[in-house]
Design a binder for this molecule. Sequence first.
Ligand SMILES: Cc1cc2nc3c(=O)[nH]c(=O)nc-3n(C[C@H](O)[C@H](O)[C@H](O)COP(=O)(O)O)c2cc1C
Length: 169
Amino acid sequence: MPVTGGEFRFALRHLAAGVTVVTTRDQDGNPSGLTASAFTSVSLEPPLVLVCVDRASVSHPALETHGWFAVNVLARHQEALSRRFADSGSDKFTGVAYREGRAGLPLLEGVVATLECRLVDRHQAGDHTIFVGQVEGATAPGGHPLVYFQGAYHQIRQLGEMGQIGASA
Ligand SMILES: Cc1cc2nc3c(=O)[nH]c(=O)nc-3n(C[C@H](O)[C@H](O)[C@H](O)COP(=O)(O)O)c2cc1C
């Protein structure tokens, strides 16, 4: 017997997550995208990542058909961008600074990292689709990431100027 939706959501509120905007192009060539935190790396060799997207979202068909998607990892000052891309079906790109990447992918400016991914696999999982991408391009200007935790946006304040916590061995 599965837990209720409320129990499920309450437990997952306790997972601190980075915030990404996943972008692509729709069949008319228009930029498309949504805010997504259900993102993770999958494999090093080959370099694979996945993102889980609600099949009811307006962006879903574009992700299915374009064959490429970009993962834009938001910086701490980009909460407004996260809110904008979480607003279903709205005109999300007007006034947003972006450049074109591989396959015309919209790459957002000011992010801490960008991954350009070629769609290599997809899996239906409940009401979401797991899109698996091979990473064909990666840049990471760095900086402080935006974090989502317990239904609110947060910043990691302990980060040093170089974006690292303490020293690494
Ligand atoms: C912080 C945050 C994380 C989210 N993560 C996801 C996610 O991983 N997958 C998803 O399908 N929707 C996620 N959403 C919800 C979508 O952004 C939202 O449903 C959006 O309206 C979809 O846009 P669209 O319908 O225009 O494609 C998230 C929303 C927020 C605020």
